[in-house]
Write a protein that binds this ligand. Structure first.
Ligand code: CAA
Length: 281
């Protein structure tokens, strides 16, 4: 099965890594050659962690990297694909345009998956002639480490395609869980209100950043506190997902905390910008 991954950012390079490590030939596609070069370096570094730990041999690392071919041309990169996993920028117009192109550039049998964290799979499917073969394959960051794949069925996604993607996720050593296509699906519908509430607790002076994170980390056995996790995900991403929940349900409980809005407007987006609730050097 030939895989094409679109977008070589954090999620895209992690997805390409995992497919290649599990013996699938992968075309990694990005409009920027520079991003592709950086992605291969990141994948190599993450494979090195596994070699150091003894969970992968040097030879397996070389083979994994050898299965990844990079492309800056979309049509060339997807023409032989049996499955495309799109992990491009989280922007509706960009995604809809991409899926229109994918529909014309790929084989009719090709499954078109999106790693979107909150854009409707049904809406994405509706711009193609194959909505039955459009599905959500939502990996978690860091992709090589996190076990979950949230598999999202659009309104028209077929049973057959859903079963194929559930099976494929297992072949990657992941544990899939199926959800229907409603705002935020399951992962972000539950995670983002928790993060937003943590930001409200800070905003209202209930506790400081470290206290909030310590309480949730040690009290609930979460690997990261919610404010550290928000920085890790990206505050701009958290804000945009909260807006999808707020618009989609029309319920004020999803309204983003004004502090989050301010921080994003000020360019404090978390780890990627060097500053969020914490400072990163
Ligand atoms: N690639 C490969 N391996 C990686 C890695 C990467 N990018 N990052 C970390 N690792 C590995 C390390 O090698 C290490 O492996 P071992 O335990 O086998 O030695 C392990 O992961 C733990 O790493 P560290 O010791 O460096 O650091 P840590 O113990 O603090 O764990 C973490 C880091 C895995 C990120 C952990 O803090 C964690 O699980 N955090 C929560 C992550 C989370 O919630 N992700 C979901 C975010 S939501 C999302 O992605 C979806 C969305 O739509 C917003």
């Amino acid at each position: 099965m030939n895989i094409a991954v679109i977008g070589s950012g954090t999620m895209g390079n992690g997805i390409a890594h995992v497919f290649a490590q599990h013996s699938f030939p992968v075309s990694l596609i990005d409009i920027s050659q520079d991003s592709l070069t950086k992605a291969l370096a990141t994948i190599s570094k993450n494979l090195d962690r596994m070699v150091t730990k003894g969970t992968l041999t040097e030879e397996q690392k070389t083979q994994t990297l050898g299965r990844i071919t990079t492309y800056t041309d979309l049509q060339q990169g997807v023409q032989n694909a049996d499955l495309v996993v799109e992990a491009a920028t989280e922007n509706v117009d960009i995604k809809l345009d991409l899926f229109r192109q994918l529909d014309s550039f790929t084989k009719p049998s090709c499954i078109l998956a999106s790693n979107t964290s909150s854009i409707s799979i049904t809406r994405i499917g509706s711009v193609t002639q194959r909505p039955d073969k459009v599905i959500g394959m939502h990996f978690m960051n860091p992709v090589p480490v996190m076990k979950l794949v949230e598999v999202i069925r659009g309104y028209s996604t077929s049973d057959e395609v859903t079963t194929q993607i559930l099976d494929l996720s297992k072949q990657l050593g992941k544990i899939p869980a199926e959800a229907n296509d409603y705002p935020g699906f399951v992962a972000n519908r539950i995670l983002m209100p928790m993060i937003n509430e943590a930001i409200y607790s800070l905003f209202e002076g209930v506790a400081g950043v470290e206290e909030i994170d310590t309480i949730m980390k040690l009290g609930m056995a979460h690997p990261m506190g919610p404010l550290q996790l928000a920085d890790f995900i990206g505050l701009d991403v958290c804000l945009s997902i909260l807006r999808v929940l707020h618009d989609g349900f029309g319920n004020p409980k999803y309204a983003p905390c004004p502090l989050l809005v301010n921080m994003v407007q000020a360019g404090h987006k978390g780890v990627k910008s060097g500053q969020g609730f914490y400072i990163y050097t």
